[in-house]
Design a binder for this molecule. Structure first.
Ligand code: AAO
Length: 446
């Protein structure tokens, strides 16, 4: 393949065999088992809108030696044949999607030249259902449906109704898979997120784009404006929204979102964005975990946007090194292990279900809010120091700030915050401070 082993090769399936350079089926099964046993659930990114590029030729180069012939639309390992694709319906000259204002093109033409499957046919549906049910039986908890915008929601619905319940070895009997559909809807196109609501959660791409704009202070935005963060920012209902600061596409200029998207390349603002997302009740949140690549921006485009995960010269992926301080090496960024982010995940779980209370802002980029007596956060994204006494709504006590440190037994490795009997506390965040925000919650009380 040209370029060599890009990360996006796995978005061009030639069969539904479970193997890739990340491992084979028995290794996958082993991972799912070990994760489920310690309460970590696995959600699989499933690609069933399409197979590989129509111009990919033929051979056994595919994963697990699955033979394919792209020109003949022949995928015997599934099996799919030319009757399983939408070519006769697509009317664009190129056979590709040329205009996103035309829903017929979006659903029946090729995304990036990728052979477009007919999910409206029983025969295709049954192959997809078997594939997903196999994953469910191995113990996965749900799916990200790749390119869902390019599949009719009613076809996804039929497929979902035929899925097995989750594996009762780990999940309550009768549990259904968690579904989130990748639909990019920034407005102004034919296909809309709301068409997919009845199937499960839907990606809200406005979230990271708008939050990035605010934290970068572009378009005269300021954090004080986040007081109304949520549906009134033209975003979908909270109970449908699947939200994230960045994803594997828009952290490198693919997909949508543009230059406002914050990523690990800009750690200070990124931690604030992820911290805000996890502290705020809107949406179902996902955090990113990345690898480093040699970014090479020329005329605004990253020429290395294709570079895959840290790998050896034969293409095999390098293992993740884990240092004594629990962060990663060997090219792996592991944002999920950064103290601030990991501790804010705990914060989110502690305050779950509680509304926003005690909002405060300085009408600029210093803001604070609580979660009804369970937690409190303060952000300083201004170029001046913050020193303020605020009502937190928290029970009196000494709390450990989980951003500058963490609670270890009865001690705190970071800043301590004293909440008085009336719930008031004093917060100080200098504008050059290493940590531009503070978070305290009832489980981090000393
Ligand atoms: C690769 C090569 C291609 C080649 C192809 C076949 O890069 O040059 O033609 O192979 O050989 C990933 C990579 C692709 C890669 C593909 C297959 O990102 O580069 O192609 O694997 O290996 C659309 C889809 C959305 C998709 C997104 C990337 O709607 O589903 O493109 N995301 C998923 C995955 C992604 C993956 C695939 C799907 C394919 O997350 O990793 O691709 O399995 C508009 C539309 C969006 C559209 C974007 C980009 O967005 O609204 O629907 O996303 O364009 O085409 C502003 C606008 C916004 C607009 C955006 C970009 O932000 O407001 O609406 O600009 O114009």
């Amino acid at each position: 393949m040209n370029p060599w082993r890009p990360w996006w090769e796995r978005y061009q399936p030639v069969s539904y065999k479970l193997c890739s350079r990340s491992g084979n089926e028995s290794e996958f099964r082993d991972m799912v088992t070990r994760c489920n046993n310690v309460g970590v659930h696995i959600y699989v990114d499933v690609v069933f809108n399409h197979m590989l590029n129509s111009a990919a030729g033929s051979g056994n180069r595919g994963i697990c030696n699955s033979y394919f012939n792209a020109e003949r639309h022949d995928f015997p390992s599934v099996p799919y044949s030319r009757f399983d694709f939408n070519d006769p319906i697509c009317k664009t000259p190129s056979g590709d999607i040329e205009n996103y204002s035309d829903p017929i093109q979006v659903r029946y033409c090729r995304l990036y030249g990728l052979l477009d499957l007919s999910q409206w046919k029983d025969d295709v549906r049954s192959k997809i259902i078997d594939f997903l049910n196999h994953l469910i039986d191995l113990g996965v908890a749900g799916f990200r449906i790749d390119a869902a915008k390019h599949i009719r929601p009613e076809d996804i619905n039929v497929i979902l109704t035929k899925l097995n319940n989750l594996n009762a070895r780990w999940f309550t009997k009768g549990s259904r898979p968690f579904i989130y559909q990748e639909v990019i809807d920034l407005g102004g196109e034919a296909v809309q997120s709301s068409e997919y609501f009845r199937n499960g959660r839907v990606t809200e791409f406005k979230y990271g784009m708008q939050l990035g704009t605010v934290l970068r202070k572009w378009n005269e935005q300021k954090m004080a404006n986040l007081k109304s963060w949520g549906e009134s920012w033209h975003m979908m209902p909270s109970n449908k929204a699947f939200v994230f600061v960045d994803n594997h596409d828009n952290q490198r200029g693919h997909g949508s979102g543009g230059s406002s998207i914050l990523t690990f390349w800009n750690p200070r603002l990124y931690k604030m964005a992820v911290g805000f997302m996890l502290a705020h009740p809107y949406g179902f949140t996902r955090i990113m975990s990345s690898y480093w690549w040699p970014k090479d921006i020329q005329n605004g485009t990253d020429l290395n946007d294709w570079v895959g995960p840290p790998s050896n010269s034969d293409g095999s992926i390098k293992p993740v090194t884990i240092y004594a301080n629990e962060t990663c090496g060997n090219g792996w960024i592991c944002e999920h292990r950064w103290d601030e982010i990991r501790n804010m995940v705990i914060f989110r779980n502690v305050v779950y279900g509680e509304p926003i209370t005690n909002w405060w802002d300085n009408n600029n980029n210093q803001v604070a809010f609580g979660r009804a007596g369970k937690g409190f956060v303060v952000f300083n994204n201004d170029d001046r120091n913050l020193l303020v006494i605020l009502p937190t709504g928290l029970p009196a006590g000494v709390y450990c700030d989980v951003i500058s440190g963490r609670k270890e037994g009865k001690t705190c490795t970071g800043i301590q915050i004293h909440v008085a009997a009336n719930g008031m506390a004093r917060f100080q965040i200098n504008y050059q401070a290493k940590h531009p925000f503070i978070a305290i919650h009832v489980e981090a009380r000393l």
